[in-house]
Design a protein around this ligand. Structure first.
Ligand SMILES: NC(=O)c1ccc[n+]([C@@H]2O[C@H](COP(=O)([O-])OP(=O)(O)OC[C@H]3O[C@@H](n4cnc5c(N)ncnc54)[C@H](OP(=O)(O)O)[C@@H]3O)[C@@H](O)[C@H]2O)c1
Length: 249
């Protein structure tokens, strides 16, 4: 069975790096037309120039979800697409601090990026998907939406809230053949991991993972593509944990 996305329009947020970039590349290889995002205007211009040169069916938008104005502009811009078949809410940030030392600004930014932006996107795109009577939405949460670890109070709040959104939206959209699921990665090698964990910590954690290694971006992407595909015909409202067995232990 092949997973293919010919004639499908797929939106992946936070697709300039890490897990989002992998997901975008894999959808692209499977024939999808892509709507992609990042926060750095210069990089976005370069990526769009490259896409034009290589005739890739994709367009990058510069959007910072911590700014409501930037999100509003983006939502307006994507109204031009007559359909969106798949929406992957991947963009996310994680600023670590003890609960009694958290900065209000970090709370606000993480709520805006990790939770409010996915909600606003689902609010708009869900309406369109209902009309189409077809859609697949995947929210990228984390094992730290289910369990936690020190210094992750805001992150856990947002990521567990995100799965709450999955369940609620899945329930409302199911009768329109719009399936909504969460994919929760465990420790995955990306810039975010390197920023938050020292090399020593990474070695120690890898030893604690039953599969004895960190995930790579392809481990996560494969699951997202399955959830987004026509092969997924009856799974909705679920939280799929892709962590090499970490939270079983
Ligand atoms: N890596 C892990 O171990 C892990 C584990 C569990 C869950 N996750 C989740 O997986 C998702 C991707 O993580 P990752 O490790 O691939 O992260 P990453 O390498 O840091 O990449 C994050 C992506 O989100 C974009 N982004 C950052 N701040 C943003 C903002 N304010 N507004 C809009 N977009 C923004 C970035 O754009 P720029 O390139 O412009 O900065 C980038 O494309 C996140 O939701 C994360 O919470 C990751």
């Amino acid at each position: 069975m092949n997973i293919e996305f010919q004639n499908k329009i797929v939106l992946v947020t936070g697709s300039t790096r890490g897990i989002g970039r992998q997901i975008a590349e894999d959808f692209g290889k499977s024939g999808a037309q892509l709507i992609l995002t990042g926060t750095q205007q210069r990089q976005i211009d370069q990526l769009n120039a490259r896409a034009k040169k290589l005739r890739l069916k994709r367009r990058y938008y510069c959007v910072d979800f911590s700014s409501r104005e930037s999100l509003r502009t983006f939502l307006k811009e994507i109204e031009q697409y007559k359909r969106i078949d798949v929406c992957v809410n991947n963009a996310g940030i994680n600023r670590l601090n003890e609960v009694d030392r958290t900065k209000e600004e970090d709370w606000d930014d993480m709520i805006e990026v990790n939770l409010r932006a996915p909600f606003m996107l689902i609010r708009q795109i869900g309406k369109q998907m209902k009309k189409q009577r077809y859609g697949r939405i995947i929210n990228i949460s984390s094992i730290f939406g289910i369990v936690s670890r020190e210094k992750r109070s805001i992150y856990t709040t947002t990521k567990s809230g995100l799965h709450g959104l999955t369940v609620a939206a899945a329930l409302e959209l199911a009768k329109y053949n719009v399936l909504v699921n969460t994919v929760s990665p465990g420790f995955t090698r990306t810039d975010l991991t390197n920023k938050n964990l020292s090399k020593e910590d990474q070695k120690e954690i890898a030893r604690q993972v039953p599969m004895q290694r960190f995930g790579n971006t392809q481990d996560i992407s494969k699951v997202v593509l399955f959830c987004a595909s026509v092969l997924n015909t009856y799974m909705t409202g679920q939280n799929i944990i892709v962590d090499g067995g970490f939270i079983c232990a």
